[in-house]
Design a protein around this ligand. Structure first.
Ligand code: FA5
Length: 340
């Protein structure tokens, strides 16, 4: 057995000294001293040799083990020193960071504010949870009036207040009208209100939370011509000079006369197509402020007149970009949002 021990020691030494990387060295170590390694197997044979030879063979095994371990340690230290240090190539081109952009709704809001501020409208804000009085009653929409069903309102569970009524999640931006009149007290008023609105509706063109932008202009001698001029200016700036705008008679309790505002379809440019059918697509409502609304805001309707309009931002974006389902705007799918 002593011959076998010497052979193993020589073989191990050669193997260890020929390892060129630490990983190879680890492998050789396991081949020798692992569970079924060459040295381990030799040690197992010790029990089967005659008792008289055991001390000598045991001593030889110990010496061989020490020698192999020493060789292993020396090679390990050598290879560790040899390992190349981490290298940083400062001339390598950097990784390009992906630039994000504003959400479509924010982009549209910025654009709308910029267009109306050129006409002297200033951006104001009002409560998102407001009293029934501002959302409906001051706008000539008495309680239980069937027109209020169109707004499909979310009510807040709170005790109603005398005169102001219950609290609601604002179903439209028109709640700002009388609030602005109360704030400024005296015309001229040129207010733009952009806010979140809430209604119990959901389908391709309705979401429970959406945005409206509302304009209110009150002064002496304001007529429908001013309303048309303002909306024409907006349409040309927002949708481009080729798109036209028209007013169609409609009914709102808080404007008289009232209109629906249409623009020519962006797909067929007004000739009529599968998307729009008539060549026109509906944008939102508008009209001349009702005398009763002016009175609710303590403004003399015999001296002052005004116009108001209120449109959905999601709808406006859909008309501009051609997206068929406004719910896409709220799904936060980066593949959709990156296209704009
Ligand atoms: C109103 O809300 C009136 N306050 C607008 C107005 C203001 C008229 C001032 C006259 C003077 P209407 O309910 O039609 O009107 O809503 C206006 C626009 O808001 C719609 O044309 C649509 O673009 C948008 N809108 C309404 N409900 C939703 C909804 N659930 N999801 C997305 N957009 C909506």
């Amino acid at each position: 057995m002593d011959k076998e021990i010497k052979k193993l020691a020589t073989h191990a030494r050669t193997g260890i000294n020929s390892a060129s990387v630490l990983a190879d060295l680890e492998k050789i170590y396991l081949e020798i001293f692992g569970k079924s390694g060459t040295f381990t197997n030799l040690t197992k044979q010790l029990s089967s040799i005659p008792k008289s030879k055991k001390p000598k063979i045991g001593q030889l095994l110990n010496e061989a083990k020490k020698e192999i371990e020493k060789t292993f340690e020396q090679r390990h230290n050598f290879l560790k020193k040899k390992r190349p240090k981490e290298f940083i190539d400062i001339t390598a081109p950097g990784k390009k960071l992906k630039l994000g952009h504003l959400h479509l709704i924010s982009q549209a809001i910025d654009e709308i504010v910029a267009i109306f501020s050129k006409l002297g409208f200033s951006l104001e804000s009002y409560p998102e949870v407001d009293w029934d009085w501002y959302a409906f009653e001051s706008l000539n929409m008495p309680k239980n009036h069937p027109a209020r069903d169109d707004w499909e309102t979310f009510f807040i569970k709170s005790a109603p207040k005398p005169h102001f009524g219950s609290q609601v999640l604002t179903p439209h931006t028109s709640n700002g009208q009388v609030r602005e009149m109360e704030k400024l007290k005296k015309p001229p008023i040129r207010m733009l209100n952009i806010a979140r609105c809430y209604r119990r509706q959901i389908d391709v063109s309705h979401t429970p939370m959406f945005h409206q932008f509302e304009g209110l202009f009150i002064d002496e001698y304001i007529t429908i011509a001013n309303l048309k001029g303002t909306l024409n200016y907006f349409t040309a700036k927002f949708f481009g000079p080729k798109r036209q705008m028209r007013l169609r008679p409609h009914y709102f309790r808080f404007t008289e006369p009232s209109f629906e505002v249409d623009v020519t379809c962006g797909v067929c440019q007004g000739s009529g197509c599968r998307f729009c059918k008539s060549g026109w697509v509906e944008l939102g409502g508008a009209g001349m402020v009702h005398p009763k609304v002016l009175e609710a805001g303590n403004i003399n309707p015999h001296k002052y007149t005004g116009f108001a309009f209120g449109w959905g931002i999601e709808r406006t974006i859909a008309i501009k970009t051609g997206i068929g389902d406004i719910r896409l705007l709220y799904q936060n799918d980066i593949r959709f949002l990156e296209q704009f």
